[in-house]
Design a protein around this ligand. Structure first.
Ligand code: SF4
Length: 288
């Protein structure tokens, strides 16, 4: 088993387009040409690919239907909680036909740990009915069809297209929005505009893995309130270095999931994650 890669030292150096920072001070803004921005953005993605070579969607799924339902359930809760809940759901209702014809009270009981379980029951049952009535019980592989399903927006559609159909898509979730703004990849604030602005910096073939790299980094190091700048391998490329903890030892204690030596979110993670020393999440109710 290969050991997990260690984050490189985040000693502040001159960042492209930024002035030299001292520990604890954000870098001063400086004009950056379009070419320099594209280069820096792509370099960040390459560095993140080295830090998270096993980056993947953090919802457990075995087919497009399971991924679609799991993504809808993941609103306002963690992927971990969804992963702990869906085994019982898919064992009882393996196909859209089964869920469409289910007793809502039974589904609610299964989905209770996900929070908002009544609304989520309505969503996944409505979604299943639409799949049966309009798509022969199959999840469609086109954006324009997916977004016609109840409760499915562009973010959910891109998760499904990118990970169940191999079609490139950018997933603009809360982590993605925060990080791309910290990196000054875009000033946009609306998800669709962020998607277009970031998409223009990368070839289409990079979009799905880019989304995983950014979201992995947001969940493990570049947290909303206390980013672990002192342990961050892309600190030299980041204009926001210093927004978080810059002391390397203190920063290391802020790392989460496999980077902090803790279990991940998936009960069934990909082999590459296990090979890198990642630990599967415990099932619902298990104590660790
Ligand atoms: S952790 Fe700090 S240095 Fe790293 S990307 Fe986030 S803000 Fe930048």
């Amino acid at each position: 088993m290969k050991p997990a890669k260690r984050a490189r030292s985040a000693a502040p150096r001159r960042a492209a387009g930024g002035a030299r920072a001292t520990a604890g001070e954000p870098r001063a803004a400086a004009a950056e040409s379009r070419t320099a921005l594209v280069r820096r953005a792509r370099r960040i993605n390459r560095e993140l690919a080295e830090v998270y070579p096993y980056a993947h969607p953090e919802l457990d799924f075995e087919n497009p239907f399971q991924l679609l339902v799991a993504t809808v359930l993941s609103a306002q809760t963690t992927d971990l909680r969804v992963n702990q809940t869906t085994p019982a759901l898919f064992a009882r209702y393996p196909a859209p036909e089964d869920l469409a014809a289910a007793d809502p009270e039974e589904v609610e009981e299964i989905l209770r740990p996900c929070g908002f379980f009544r609304a989520k029951t309505r969503s996944v049952m409505g979604l299943s009915k639409a799949l049966v009535e309009r798509f022969d019980g199959e999840v469609p592989g086109r954006l324009e069809d997916l977004v016609t399903l109840p409760g499915v927006g562009r973010k959910t559609a891109f998760v499904v297209l990118g990970n169940a159909f191999g079609r490139p898509g950018i997933t603009v979730d809360t982590h993605f929005q925060r990080l791309v703004r910290r990196w000054r990849w875009t000033e946009e604030t609306e998800p669709e505009k962020i998607e277009a602005a970031v998409g223009a910096l990368f070839p289409k073939s990079d979009w799905t893995m880019l989304s995983h790299h950014v979201i992995f980094h947001g969940r493990r190091m570049c947290h909303a309130r206390k980013p672990a700048c002192g342990a961050c391998p892309i600190a030299p490329l980041c204009p926001a270095y210093g927004e978080g903890e810059t002391d390397p030892e203190k920063a290391k204690k802020l790392l989460k999931y496999e980077k902090g030596g803790f279990p991940g979110q998936r009960l069934k993670p990909p082999q590459s994650y296990l090979d890198a020393g990642g630990v599967p999440a415990p099932p619902l109710g298990a104590t660790r």
